[in-house]
Design a protein around this ligand. Structure first.
Ligand code: G1P
Length: 292
């Protein structure tokens, strides 16, 4: 059975939408309640059976490496103080069977270019791409979004893009796919365009920040001219892939929070706080008594 062993996390972006918060610290380290965004994503990949995490980083992103490294002084301190629960929380960030690799994207040349920077670390196998701006929460008690996609991949052995319907006025924020219905929840993609004008959008099916891609995509990304803003788009590489292999869009079960924007980030914070075992009940009471 084909397996997905590697997840690529493009984390070199500057996070300008969250300035000043992101002036000196990575946007991927912003916490939703008590966990940085990137940790939610790594946990989602780990749950999907992936053990090799590849971070495509840039300058000012050292905090991400430190987060997934052993914090020896902190652990010793917590041990001495018998703070065992906290010690477990800290150690769980880095399970012993998980490997992290860091590679630099020297210039901001787009998502396609970021993915290319990880090519030599993917072993010529299909791999996952996770965009940390999109926080994806599976349905209560159900599998996470990437795990759902891996299950589909095990059946199809082809590239799979997570998609959701969005309002027409939002199509210009996303990669938009169109195609014909396949198995339940799946669409066989025949067209993909990056951030179309609503007037020309082929559908309202938007790509969310989770992909499983076959290695053929690398050659296709390399063939792409620079798109808007001088960027090499992943979407254009996938459009090239469509001519060579079947690509599927998968309507995932769960919820996506656009944590690349302030309103989405706040929605994620409120909803995750309400579900949080430690603060959830108290926070619910607090919200109820607010005069809104
Ligand atoms: C990127 C992709 C886009 C995708 C989106 C999902 O856009 O280019 O195709 O739909 O992520 O969040 P960005 O959000 O980086 O502009």
């Amino acid at each position: 059975m084909k397996r997905i062993n590697t997840a690529v996390f493009p984390v070199a972006g500057m996070g300008t939408r969250f300035l000043p918060a992101t002036k000196a610290s990575p946007k991927e380290m912003m916490p939703v309640v008590d966990k940085p965004l990137i940790q939610y994503c790594v946990e989602e990949a780990y749950e999907a059976g992936i053990r090799h995490m590849v971070f495509v980083t840039g300058r000012h992103k050292r905090a991400i490496e430190d987060h997934f490294d052993t914090a020896f002084e902190l652990e010793t301190e917590l041990e001495t103080q018998h703070k065992h629960a906290l010690l477990e929380t800290v150690r769980a960030i880095q399970p012993p069977d998980m490997d992290c690799t860091y590679v630099r994207q020297p210039r901001a040349l787009g998502l396609g270019h970021a993915v290319l920077c990880a090519e030599h670390l993917t072993n010529k196998e299909a791999f996952a791409v996770i965009l940390a701006d999109d926080l994806m929460i599976g349905e209560s008690g159900g599998p996470g979004v990437l795990k759902q996609m891996v299950t589909q991949f095990e059946k199809l052995g082809r590239s799979i893009l997570a998609v959701q319907e969005v309002p027409l006025e939002h199509v210009k924020r996303y990669g938009i796919v169109a195609g014909s219905p396949a198995d339940s929840g799946l669409t066989r993609v025949s067209q993909i365009v990056e951030k179309p004008d609503p007037k020309h959008a082929p559908s309202q099916l938007a790509v969310a920040g989770r992909y499983i891609l076959t290695p053929t995509v690398f050659e296709q990304i390399k063939l792409q001219p620079r798109g808007a803003g001088g960027e090499i788009q992943l979407t254009d590489g996938i459009a090239g892939l469509l001519n060579l292999e079947a690509v599927y869009a998968y309507a995932y079960q769960g919820k996506r929070y656009d944590c690349g924007a302030k309103d989405g980030f706040l929605e994620a914070t409120v909803e995750m706080a309400l579900k949080h075992p430690e603060v959830g009940a108290g926070f619910r009471q607090y919200l109820k008594q607010l005069q809104l």
